[in-house]
Write a protein that binds this ligand. Sequence first.
Ligand code: ADP
Ligand code: MG
Length: 399
Amino acid sequence: MNIHEYQAKELLAKHGVPVPAGHAALTVEEAVAAAGKLPGPLYVVKAQIHAGGRGKGKFSELGPDAKGGVRLAKSLDEVEANAREMLGNTLVTIQTGDAGKQVNRLYVTDGVDIAKEFYLSLLVDRATGRVAFVVSTEGGMDIEAVAHDTPELITTFTVDPAQGFQPHHGRAVAFALKLTGDLNKQAQKLARHLYDAFMATDCSMLEINPLVVTEDDRLLVLDAKMSFDSNALYRHPDILALRDETEEDPAEVEASEYDLAYIKLDGTIGCMVNGAGLAMATMDIIKLNGAFPANFLDVGGGASREKVTAAFKIILKDPAVEGILVNIFGGIMKCDVIADGIVAAAKDVNLSVPLVVRLEGTNVEQGQAILANSGLPIVAADDLGDAARKIVAQVKQAA
Ligand code: ADP
Ligand code: MG
């Protein structure tokens, strides 16, 4: 789960991380009031969307010469004018895709005189199973380009979980940033606070780009992005409360309400499968047969008829879906329950695309009978290979 920049900064500030003052705003009036609470005279109005590259982004509704999603304002009037232009409009950045994201929230924050911009992130490194620090003096810009063109300017090290954060980790961060004197000390302290915040919140990624040195020699977090391990959110109701569903794919939000693991993909064959491994195999075999899956969907082990119906409807809401492949192994889940759900959902939504079903396991005969007697044009398949061949052929025939 991702959160907004302003939320990440509030969370980090609680852990002693230095961030500029700022306030979130949902309306132009709130934005002006937020600026009024800041010392001024320099303010920055920042679009709050779950995507980076806002500074260089463009608003679709405003011409190519309009400013992006991070704007400097030198008075309350300028804050107001910028807020008015940004709120409700669509910001397209390198990370949003062409459709962009509507800006519904702003963050009004202190304008900072920047001397240097650095990059600093923490993430769970799967290769070592440890939390890694990634540090570079080349911040503010595209870190992927730095990694590609000048990898020697990026320092990476990991923290042994048994030992936790040690003073030498702090020194390594300060050294990588080539800081001396008091700034070196600030960097060591910052590294520890960031690590503590990361661990305390079950964070999976914390990216600060840029971390800046101000003209008056302070180290400040100017942009922050945090993602959390969704399997650990039950331990953090306060973080779960920060979820902004308007930033997520509506189908994925709906799926999560039914406890379905759904991920939208780019293909045309909708998939409903039980078990993540079987779902992956199903997607592979669809590709092997020359088509692409429209989604990943794991209905889980003990799905009810309601859950299957919901899954079916979610798949069909995707206009790219030209056919559906149901591949269920009835172990805990019984094939007749699945079949009931499929028939109910297909009738409910007036199914208009081909449907191939492969059932195997407990109560498979009853399940197949329910499908066969449903009066619906459901194609039964014998095994996974047969199912994939049949759905791909059906979709090609329909096209
Ligand atoms: P994004 O990464 O989405 O483009 P950032 O928050 O990193 O958004 O902002 C882009 C750039 O805008 C920063 O690299 C920095 O140069 C400038 N900037 C951001 N916040 C401030 C601020 N509070 N004061 C001064 N400049 C800022
Ligand atoms: Mg940034």
